[in-house]
Design a protein around this ligand. Structure first.
Ligand code: SER
Length: 592
């Protein structure tokens, strides 16, 4: 079964079970500053898991683009990828364990669907602890499905508890499904699901999200009982196709083969890891930059991850002696693989190519300078300290991973604790500088973010009124300190225009307009004049926010109830980010 067919089959199954199929959300979480990327299908649904009404109802399913960087060291092994897709179905306070498990079993084993041999299916369940009880309820349902006790395993929180996606939020015990594969021998007498030897292939995870993890680390019950399930597309497809690694799938083999062809030397088995790394990293960087929120390689946040991926790929490419221009060629293949599934990939084609080219050039220059500096350090001291590594990172732009690898090649070890200390110290100082004071501990920033989110709507409308209706949102990103808004426009704004935009927004704030939310069909919303980012980011029924009669936009929220609480709107910076797109950073000043 090909990947396209797997996606289609899964979504058809859950449509038949009364689920609305929603589009994949952006890879960049818009309202969660605690994480950089969407790491699972449930992540963009957090407000709905917490009780907000979803315009498409209580049963949802989709295929979500995901990025995980926590496993980046594992990339190159048979199953770990930085970019991957995840199929999922959700109950928002609707069905519970019985339906979830029955449907999982039916989809996996029925000949009408995946038709896997039920005798190869094992499941794991949460063993229980002080926070939540042992999941006997789910075990009983599995037994009713015919799974014998010797293939039901109870494991602790580490294995069978999922979430939250960030530091706080919805989470709960889960039951995971594994298929035993004959190709991999058992690793020993204790071989079992979750031991990671490859014998038991993890295929699906059903999470019963009835808890919320709080700031203080405790778990409270959510208002509603939710279900969140996730099936990794690439892993499952590999299992169904009987191939031993995800790099043998049809969406990777042409890329891997092309990398081999692009090499100017004889490659052998030992080059496998570098080849996979190039394939994975160029793909992930391409998919992040393909997102409509337009991330460019930089030294902070998501941009830093893109930079790391691209630069790491270049280093591997050097070792493989790939021909110049390899990066754009591989990126083009990635675009071809995904352009029919995720339209934004084609739409942002030029942006991706421009940035890859620019970053490659920059890195080559950086690398030459940084390596010269590193050699000087080694000549002087014979060692690389954490402080040196930090200097190479901040002043010479050399990613820490690369310094580490070079050190390793020479049999040296970098004191990572020292590096981290320097790094944290530096971060605290620059934060304190920008806030004018030190703030300790983790605060809940959802209020700041909600306010900036409403301000973003006001900004877009104000820009359209001042600069003309051609202004259209191209991207948006909010942290607790500022909003960032990208829009189609091909020159910098004059000081007068900036002032006019600020005044317009501040007038709306001063008038304390009401913010209202309604649900309607996409077509109706557009007819009423609502602004939409891009159609495919929404489902059929959409949620529309209006601010008095000043602005109306398709949006999932959340927003403030009335504009009076926003504070004073100020544009801090504008920047031409190329390809006809301008970027504005703005803040809300509170008088306290
Ligand atoms: N959130 C869970 C996971 O990522 C299930 O979707 O595995």
């Amino acid at each position: 079964m090909h990947i396209d067919e797997l996606r289609e089959t899964y979504l058809r199954f859950f449509k038949e079970k009364g689920h609305a199929i929603i589009p994949s959300a952006s890879l960049l979480p818009e309202h969660d500053p605690t994480v950089l990327f969407t790491t699972a299908g449930m992540h963009p649904l957090v407000p709905y898991l917490l009780g907000q009404k979803h315009p498409m109802g209580k049963r949802l399913a989709n295929c979500q683009k995901c990025i995980r960087t926590t496993d980046i060291e594992e990339v190159g092994d048979p199953t770990h990828l930085t970019f991957f897709e995840m199929l999922g179905n959700w109950s928002l306070g609707d069905y519970w364990k019985e339906e979830t498990i029955r449907w999982s079993y039916e989809f996996l084993t029925s000949d009408e669907w995946l038709g896997l041999d039920p005798d190869r299916l094992s499941v794991t369940l949460f063993a229980g602890d002080d926070d939540a009880p042992r999941d006997e309820e789910s075990a009983e349902i599995w037994r009713e499905m015919g799974i014998p006790d010797e293939r039901i395993y109870f494991l602790p929180k580490n294995d069978n508890w999922w979430g939250p996606a960030g530091t706080t939020g919805p989470c709960g015990p889960c039951t995971e499904m594994f298929i035993e594969v004959d190709e991999v021998p058992k690793c020993g007498p204790d071989c079992k699901p979750g031991c990671n030897c490859g014998r038991y292939f993890e295929i699906w995870n059903d999470v019963f999200m009835e808890y919320n993890k709080e700031q203080d680390g405790s778990y409270s019950k959510l208002k509603q009982r939710n279900v969140d399930t996730g099936m990794g597309v690439e892993r499952t497809a590999a299992m169904l196709q009987g191939v031993s690694t995800v790099y043998h799938l049809e969406n990777f083999t042409p890329i891997v083969n092309r990398i081999r062809e692009l090499s100017q030397r004889e490659l052998d088995k030992s080059d496998k890891h570098e080849i996979r790394l190039v394939a994975d990293h160029v793909k992930a960087a391409t998919m992040i930059m393909a997102d409509d929120r337009r991330i460019t390689p930089s030294n902070t946040e998501q941009g830093y991850v893109v930079r790391r991926l691209v630069r790491r790929a270049i280093l591997s490419a050097d070792r493989l002696e790939l021909r110049p221009g390899f990066m754009e060629e591989i990126a083009q293949m990635v675009i071809d693989v995904y352009k029919d599934v995720y339209e934004e990939v084609e739409r942002n084609h030029d942006f991706i190519m421009q940035n890859l080219k620019r970053e490659e050039k920059k890195f080559k220059r950086t690398l030459r300078r940084a390596l010269r500096k590193l050699e000087r350090i080694l000549d002087d001291t014979g060692d690389i300290t954490g402080e040196d590594a930090f200097l190479l990172f901040t002043s010479y732009g050399l990613p820490i991973e690369i310094t580490r690898e070079i050190a390793q090649e020479r049999g040296l070890k970098i004191d990572m604790d020292e590096f981290r200390e320097e790094f944290e110290h530096h971060r605290e100082i620059s934060r304190a500088k920008s806030q004018g004071k030190f703030k300790g501990g983790l605060a809940d920033h959802s209020e700041e973010i909600t306010r900036l989110h409403t301000a973003t709507h006001l900004l877009q409308e104000a820009l359209r009124r001042v600069l003309g209706e051609n202004v259209k949102q191209m991207g948006s990103n909010i942290t607790k300190e500022r909003l960032r808004f990208d829009f189609s426009f091909n020159r910098k704004l004059t000081p007068e225009e900036i002032e006019a935009v600020e005044n317009l927004v501040n007038d709306v704030i001063g008038n304390d307009l009401k913010v209202k939310r309604e649900f309607m069909s996409y077509d109706e919303a557009i007819k009423k004049g609502a602004l939409a980012f891009f159609k495919e980011n929404y489902g059929d029924d959409v949620s529309v926010y209006s601010v008095g009669d000043f602005s109306m936009e398709l949006c999932g929220g959340p927003h403030v109830d009335h504009t009076g609480v926003l504070g004073r709107f100020k544009i801090k910076k504008q920047e031409n980010i190329g390809a006809g797109v301008m970027r504005i950073r703005a803040i809300l000043e509170q008088d306290d």
